[in-house]
Design a protein around this ligand. Structure first.
Ligand SMILES: [Zn+2]
Length: 163
């Protein structure tokens, strides 16, 4: 079955692959194979299709974590937020690239794929999604680029490459 294989081969923690009911258009993440909204009529069986979430959403709840879980010691304090995506599903994730104390409800964010933690002994690095402030969503500064507020950039001015 092609759809099942699609889900297996593209771990959802990498690509935010959910599913959408083609009957009622409800989006689910993690993906479901039966739609609870339609299930009483058994209409949704076979009607869910893979659906790619945009990763855009807004913070609906958050907390600042000061006591890091094992493996997360390097980034205390950090913010874990509940983010309602544009498509509907609510995701939990860390908010990065922002002063933890400036995170607030309603903040527009976008999922970004980052290193989650490193298993020191095995050298295994785990990746997954985190949320970063969305630059083009509602912010007063319309400029593009990751750190638009800081004009200071790498030493690229005047005679850069000097080997
Ligand atoms: Zn449905």
């Amino acid at each position: 079955m092609a759809i099942a294989r699609f889900w297996r081969e593209t771990p959802r923690r990498y690509n935010l692959g959910g599913s959408r009911c083609t009957n009622c258009r409800t989006v689910y993440f993690p993906p479901r194979s039966v739609c609870p909204t339609c299930s009483k009529h058994r209409q949704s069986i076979g009607k869910l299709e893979p659906f790619q979430l945009s990763g855009e959403g807004e913070v609906v709840s958050y907390s600042v974590v000061h006591d890091a879980a094992e493996g997360f010691e390097m980034q205390v304090p950090y913010v874990v937020a509940l983010v309602r995506t544009r498509e509907g599903p609510t995701l939990t994730g860390q908010v990065v690239d922002i002063d933890p104390h400036t995170v607030q409800i309603g903040l527009k964010v976008r999922a970004t794929f980052r290193k989650l933690r490193e298993d020191g002994r095995a050298g295994v690095i785990h990746y997954g999604y985190k949320f970063a402030p969305a630059e083009d969503a509602g912010g007063p500064a319309a400029s593009r680029g990751p750190r638009a507020m800081a004009p200071a950039s790498p030493p690229s001015e005047g005679g850069a490459a000097r080997a």
